[in-house]
Design a protein around this ligand. Structure first.
Ligand code: UDP
Length: 239
């Protein structure tokens, strides 16, 4: 039997790119399904799960504005991209029997519920996975900040950030063989050393509310479940 999880309510943040698999753009349904199965394993332990999925596999505001688009318009396009990813994940989760709500920071009532904090909390209590879509609803932010904001609002005990690597390194471990992995770092070290965890506004928001961030590999099967029991390799960021 699985050990009792260390956490009862968590935020899982994954980038849009994690849904691409080995492709270079958009959604790779088998990869979405694989991640959904990882989420189900944790959900089956009784953990209440919030999710935020980025949009970088489809559109990033900064890319659009670098090509001459008006920045806020480009950012809204990025937020819409996160809604598509959220719907794909909802579909994959419900296919394997995990009830799930997509909750959008931008109203689009035919597609997703509007964000109402108390209602979202109720979904979690009823063991529905809540996928928070459309970021914070504001341009000039990222989905890392959205994940931190919603994690605070939902009283999550930690943010789990699934990435391609199994923790925080002093330099990119995919490019540098001698990169060193941290077991644990402080928020201030992440900010001062520009460690690649989340953007600075997200880190500051987590720090000010003492919300731990745990960076783990989404590519390792069982990675999300392992860290809930305290096993596996990961880096935790806390005060
Ligand atoms: N975005 C935004 N406000 C938010 C969240 C996201 O404007 O609160 C836009 C922004 O343009 C961003 C894009 O949505 O580039 C996609 O989100 P993000 O880059 O965080 O996705 P990820 O890198 O996690 O895939």
């Amino acid at each position: 039997d699985s050990p009792k999880p260390r956490f009862s309510r968590v935020m899982l943040k994954i980038s849009g790119e994690a849904l691409m698999g080995d492709t270079s753009y958009g959604l790779h349904p088998p990869t979405v399904e694989r991640i959904a199965r990882e989420v189900k394993v944790v959900h089956d332990l009784g953990v209440e799960i919030c999710m935020v999925i980025g949009g970088g596999n489809i559109f990033r505001g900064l890319q659009g504005s670098a090509q001459g688009m008006e920045r806020t318009t480009a950012d809204y396009m990025g937020m819409l991209a996160t809604v598509m990813n959220a719907l794909a994940m909802q579909s994959a989760l419900e296919k394997i029997g995990v009830f799930c709500r997509v909750i959008s920071a931008i109203r689009m009532d035919e597609v997703a519920e509007p964000y109402i904090r108390r209602r979202a909390v109720r979904h979690l209590e009823k063991k529905r996975v809540c996928i928070f879509a459309a970021g914070t609803g504001n341009p000039y932010f990222t989905t890392d900040t959205a994940a931190t904001l919603r994690a605070n609002e939902m009283a999550c005990e930690a943010i789990f950030k699934g990435t391609k690597v199994d923790g925080v390194y002093d330099k990119d471990p995919i490019k540098h063989a001698d990169a060193k992995r941290y077991d644990s770092v402080t928020y201030d070290e992440v900010l001062a050393q520009h460690l690649n965890v989340m953007d600075a506004s997200a880190i500051a928001l987590a720090r000010d509310n003492n919300l731990p961030i745990i960076v783990f590999s989404l590519d390792e099967p069982g990675g999300f479940k392992g860290i809930l029991g305290g096993e596996g390799t990961y880096t935790s960021v806390h005060g």
